[in-house]
Design a protein around this ligand. Structure first.
Ligand code: PLP
Length: 407
């Protein structure tokens, strides 16, 4: 992997130099949140030092400049997603808010009694609970597509569960708990063929490879900025503008109205309709910088991450008593696993003692864990800034953990 200069890339990420207990921290939790390159950190500082004013309302130059920077970020996000029209890009707090927005607003406009909302068994809670609430309000039903033993969507079941009653199909592009890459082009095509509206949760794909809403053919797609090297508190809902314009507001207040009168209020079209109040201006501006940063590293970064995944998979498979959870044929650089006789929390704490940071637990996928018959897993997730040496440190540390816990 000489072509990908990870040592140089790591210099862009100040936090990766952090030391713990005499070791440089091995940060293997990028699926939860990625670290931030200096250009993103600098953009935020520069914004508050030199650019800040409230947007959209000012007639003075500073406010116009801040507005232009914010709106230019919207265009950058549209181009990152290959969306033909930046009007479809709504800035939200993250994927959670994006799905709540669609479930609430689209749900109120379209869901009727006995309609079905098709999800998969590997969804994050953020793509389950908003639909349960919307279904309950409308008298509709949540239907769950099962997964196979290797952790892939059971496509035969998916086809069977689709029907003219399916009003919405909402599924994850890449599973945060298993790393599985779902065949979302095919899933979207099948769902659209029965007349369903399709939402794709791209939270774990946008950070790894190109996401193209035009090629995917979906109606809505969302992701969180903090998983793609951007700030926390900013994310994106993309929707077809013609669909968004027909949806009732999710939140109301300033900036999203055409005219307010005590006799009645009218609303602006998308995207303003869904951005009530002062938005996360610095977050949106820094997000565009983050997306530009990751896009420039593609596709080599993904090839490199796949190399790390293959190395980690091989090393972990060689550890007796370690079981990898999720062996889909197409995966991103995420490995969930369990060690016989060791609680996943204890494994996480023992790895922490060696300055190896992983995530443990249900990964906000309690229904998936129930299907798998396990309480949770240990999850190591690799980004393009991780190294072979960090993969090896994980494996060495796990061999120690295994020796300690199998006594
Ligand atoms: N969907 C998936 C697949 C995720 O991995 C996550 C976060 O882990 C979310 C949704 C929710 O993202 P956020 O907490 O940034 O809103």
């Amino acid at each position: 992997m000489a072509a990908f200069d990870v040592a140089r890339i790591r210099q862009d990420f100040p936090l990766l130099a952090r030391k713990e207990r005499g070791h440089v921290l091995a940060y293997l939790d990028s699926a939860a949140s990625s670290q931030k390159p200096q250009c993103v950190i600098d953009t935020i500082a520069h914004y508050y030092r030199e650019q800040h004013a409230n947007i959209h309302r000012g007639v003075y130059r500073l406010s116009e400049e801040a507005t232009a920077a914010y709106e230019s970020s919207r265009k950058s996000v549209a181009s990152f997603l290959h969306a033909p029209d930046a009007r479809g890009v709504i800035f939200v707090r993250g994927a959670t808010e994006a799905i709540n927005l669609v479930a609430d607003s689209w749900g109120r406009a379209h869901l009727k009694p006995n309609d079905e909302i098709l999800l998969t068994a590997m969804e994050h809670h953020a793509n389950i609970v908003p639909w349960q609430v919307a279904a309950e309000r409308a008298g509709a039903r949540v239907v769950v597509c099962p997964i196979t033993a290797s952790g892939e969507v059971d496509m035969a079941a998916f086809v069977k569960l689709l029907s003219p009653r399916t009003r919405m199909a909402s599924f994850v592009h890449v599973s945060n708990a298993l790393g599985t890459v779902n065949p979302v082009v095919e899933m979207t095509r099948l769902a659209k063929a029965v007349g369903a509206t399709v939402l794709i949760d791209a939270c774990q794909s946008a950070s790894h490879f190109d996401v193209d809403v035009t090629a995917l053919g979906c109606d809505f797609l969302c992701f969180s900025g903090h998983k793609v090297c951007g700030p926390t508190g900013i994310g994106v809902l993309w929707g077809r503008p013609e669909l968004l314009d027909q949806m009732p507001p999710y939140q109301t207040g300033g900036d999203m109205i055409q005219k307010v009168d005590f006799a009645g209020t009218t609303y602006r079209p998308a995207p303003e309709r869904f951005e009530a109040g002062t938005p996360h201006i610095s977050g949106a501006i820094a997000l565009a910088v983050a997306l530009d940063y990751v896009a420039k590293l593609r596709p080599d970064a993904h090839t490199y991450e796949q190399h790390l995944l293959a190395r980690a998979t091989e090393k972990l498979r060689a550890i007796p008593g370690l079981r990898i959870v999720g062996e889909a044929s197409e995966k991103v650089s995420v490995i969930s696993f369990l060690i016989d006789g060791a609680h996943h929390h204890d494994v996480g704490m023992l790895l922490d003692a060696d300055a190896v940071a992983v995530r443990v637990g249900h990964h906000c996928c309690m229904p998936l864990m129930k299907v798998l018959g396990i309480p949770g897993t240990v999850r190591a997730s690799f980004a393009f800034y991780n190294t072979e040496e960090e993969v090896d440190r994980l494996a060495t540390s796990l061999v120690k953990v295994r020796a300690m816990t199998s006594r």
